[in-house]
Design a binder for this molecule. Structure first.
Ligand SMILES: *Cc1c(COP(=O)(O)O)cnc(C)c1O
Length: 386
């Protein structure tokens, strides 16, 4: 099956035709990633978290595979709604909402929400007959650079009390959720969180509260170093094992974001200027950290980059972005062959937390996304000349 891991693209022709800089989104890679994760977590309903790449072609490709969706804002609701996605396939997982956000979601028909404290639970009393609540439990993860459990979640030891309180408000407590952080190095934290949730589910049951859902969140990693397909089946083996202890009448769901979107997009940009500074060649590109490479700042990722058409002796070089700010530097010590104005740089694995955090600083437009399908578009069936 063709996808961006195994298909060569004619980068030069693509930017000749569509302009530079350019992001290329491959729908076949989105489907491939979904199939891989489904195989790794066979009894888990996957809700794509739109946050890393809220894009209609990503969403419709996943819909075709039978995916469900994880929403956190009005814009994300608008996107799935415009594609006529059944709201019952969606959950709203932002732990902190305005009343207006709750109504917006209910108006669409999405009625599963996440709360992690009493103040938030109280916001749902006016809608208590229509909503289902998941309690977000906090499992801090010092191993990930994006540790979301410090901002959200009730501590496991305080969870039962919150369940009881929400119950006493007449709210429908549907289950538990957690998110152990993004791009986690191994499944240890998922396993610990599942073990702790299993305990909370038993304690709740003993107190007469029957939970129906366990949401194991996102965090599934991709390989930024090698830009190769992750063996997600092996990565998830401990998770599959840990889930065996959860009673079979509890539905398991997950919220993958990065894993589904990161490998599905590449960036092509062009050297538009060069200079010699401090004994190093500096190459000025037409894309940078304020736009497609913004994930370097916000998501702490270094993307794999290469020069598809230039070879030769390498030397330490600098790649700088197009804005007039000095932090707009993509790489300060990258080994590159000598480049000329007009040469192109390709960045891989650039689908997640990249264009979604881009700005238009310096009044420079965001990079266009060209949507392709390496499996179905006839031109990708023949290997492209490099
Ligand atoms: C961001 C987020 C996700 C997606 O996380 P990934 O690491 O991209 O898989 C899932 N759930 C919640 C609640 C999030 O905030």
């Amino acid at each position: 099956m063709n996808n961006l891991f195994n298909t060569k693209l004619n980068y030069r022709e693509l930017i000749n035709k569509h302009g530079s800089p350019l992001l290329i989104l491959d729908k076949a890679t989105v489907r491939f990633q979904y199939q891989e994760l489904s195989r790794a977590l066979p009894d888990v309903t996957l809700h794509y978290a739109l946050k890393p790449l809220p894009n209609k072609d990503v969403v419709s490709s996943l819909l075709e595979e039978g995916a469900c969706f994880d929403l956190a804002s009005k814009g994300e609701i608008d996107l799935v709604r415009s594609l006529k996605i059944n709201p019952m396939q969606c959950i709203h997982t932002h732990p902190i909402k305005k009343d207006n956000d709750i109504r917006y979601s209910l108006d669409y028909g999405c009625n599963t929400f996440v709360v992690d404290n009493v103040e938030e639970a109280k916001k749902f009393t006016p809608y208590k007959d229509e909503v289902k609540l998941l309690i977000r439990v906090s499992f801090p993860n010092p191993e990930t650079p994006v540790d979301l459990s410090k901002k959200f979640g009730v501590l496991p030891e305080d969870c039962l009390e919150l369940l009881k309180l929400a119950g006493s408000l007449g709210l429908n407590i549907h289950g538990l959720s957690f998110h152990v952080g993004s791009q986690v190095p191994n499944a240890n934290r998922h396993v610990e969180a599942i073990n702790d949730c299993a305990k909370i589910i038993r304690e709740a049951s003993d107190s007469g509260i029957k939970l129906k859902v366990l949401d194991i969140g996102g965090g599934f990693p991709v390989d930024y170093e090698k830009a190769e397909s992750t063996n997600i089946f092996d990565f998830c083996a401990p998770i599959r094992d840990a889930l065996k202890q959860i009673p079979s009448d509890i539905k398991i769901i997950a919220e993958p974001g990065r894993f589904l979107s990161a490998p599905a997009m590449i960036n092509i940009c062009t050297v538009v200027g060069k200079a010699e500074r401090f004994n190093k060649p500096w190459y000025y590109l037409d894309d940078g950290v304020y736009c497609s490479y913004s994930g370097q700042i916000f998501d702490h990722v270094i993307y794999p980059k290469f020069t598809p058409y230039v070879d030769g002796d390498k030397q330490e070089s600098v790649l700088a972005g197009p804005t007039c700010d000095s932090i707009d530097i993509i790489a300060e010590n990258i080994e590159l062959p000598a480049l000329d104005i007009g040469d192109i740089i390709v960045g891989k694995m650039m689908g997640a937390y990249t264009i979604s955090t881009a700005t238009e600083f310096n009044f420079i437009n965001k990079t266009d996304i060209l949507v392709i399908d390496t499996e179905r578009d006839p031109e990708y069936q023949i290997p492209a000349a490099e």
